[in-house]
Design a protein. Structure first.
Length: 319
């Protein structure tokens, strides 16, 4: 009887894993997270290290499942726990867990730890030598170590990640890399290259019909309209983008809508209308310094120069 009970528990754990991943893939993130946390408890009860690692990796499968500007202690704790229990004789799992933990730590003051985890993940992936693990690790590392002053480094990494994702058939990785490269080309003012990456992302998203990617297609289109100065078309598309993102329970949709709306109002010489909105976003996402920078800029555009100076002086003191 004890053996039968253990078999039943193992079956339940397998079902919970499949269900949780299916829920997250379908955009039901909260339900998926709760299911996977239940699976983690079952894995601990069974003493199953490999299943605990699977739960940790599936709890936030890639960048699309991590809320921008938010540190998730539950995810970080589970990844740490799974990594600590994974043997050095399992280089694939250790590489994936290390890379995912580095990514999950991005919205915390842990650059040195993230750099160490990325180095460890790359070493394990190179030891294994398979394109799928190398692709996952290289892609995660770009995002985990992203900072304003490493554009050239990110560009070189993205070239390697793109080639690895293509060779291994990593569709999710390709979406992430195309998204990153579009942002990088905007950053370097290469609009033609950015449009190419946006088109490539759109084709991949439509081919996969991944709900977490499809709303981002609309977000990229709204960004391009803003850059082109076609302001009359931005608001409607931004609203559609918000609706599509919220339909799949993506927390990043509200953040993206806020960016679209505030930039649009500023370009319409209506900055004063969105000052309170920007302050609310800055309070909601204190780890994203860009909201306070935008608030200072909006103050300037609203004609409140002295307030703008005080805001930027405050930012300088904060480092």
């Amino acid at each position: 009887m004890p053996q039968a009970a253990e078999t039943d528990q193992a079956t339940e754990l397998a079902v919970l894993l499949d269900l949780g991943l299916s829920q997250i893939s379908a955009g039901e993130r909260e339900a998926g997270k709760n299911t996977l946390l239940t699976a983690a408890e079952r894995a601990r009860e069974l003493g199953s290290t490999s299943e605990l690692g699977s739960v940790a990796l599936n709890l936030a499968p890639g960048l699309f499942a991590i809320e921008t500007g938010v540190y998730d202690p539950t995810l970080v704790g589970l990844l740490r726990e799974a990594l600590a229990q994974t043997s050095p004789s399992e280089p694939k799992r250790r590489a994936l867990l290390s890379a995912r933990l580095a990514l999950a730590l991005y919205w915390s003051d842990t650059f040195d730890e993230r750099a160490r985890l990325c180095d460890e993940a790359r070493a394990q992936a190179l030891r294994l030598g398979t394109d799928d693990v190398l692709a996952a690790v290289e892609t995660a590392n770009i995002f985990a170590l992203l900072r304003p002053d490493n554009l050239e480094e990110r560009s070189a990494q993205s070239e390697r990640a793109l080639e690895l994702c293509q060779r291994s058939g990593d569709h999710h990785g390709l979406l992430l890399v195309r998204l990153l490269r579009a942002a990088m080309f905007w950053e370097s003012c290469d609009t033609a290259a950015a449009r190419f990456e946006i088109d490539a992302f759109k084709q991949l998203a439509e081919a996969s019909q991944a709900p977490q990617a499809l709303w981002i297609v609309q977000a990229q289109q709204a960004c391009q309209l803003l850059l082109d100065g076609r302001l009359s078309q931005v608001e409607q598309l931004a609203g559609a983008c918000l609706f599509a993102g919220q339909r799949v329970h993506d927390h990043n949709a509200l953040l993206t809508f806020g960016i679209h709306l505030t930039l649009l109002r500023i370009e319409q010489d209506r900055a004063a209308e969105v000052l309170d909105v920007i302050r609310d976003y800055a309070a909601r996402y204190p780890r994203i310094a860009g909201w306070r920078v935008l608030y200072g800029y909006a103050l300037s555009r609203a004609g409140r120069r002295e307030d703008c100076v005080r805001e930027y002086e405050s930012l300088k003191r904060a480092g």
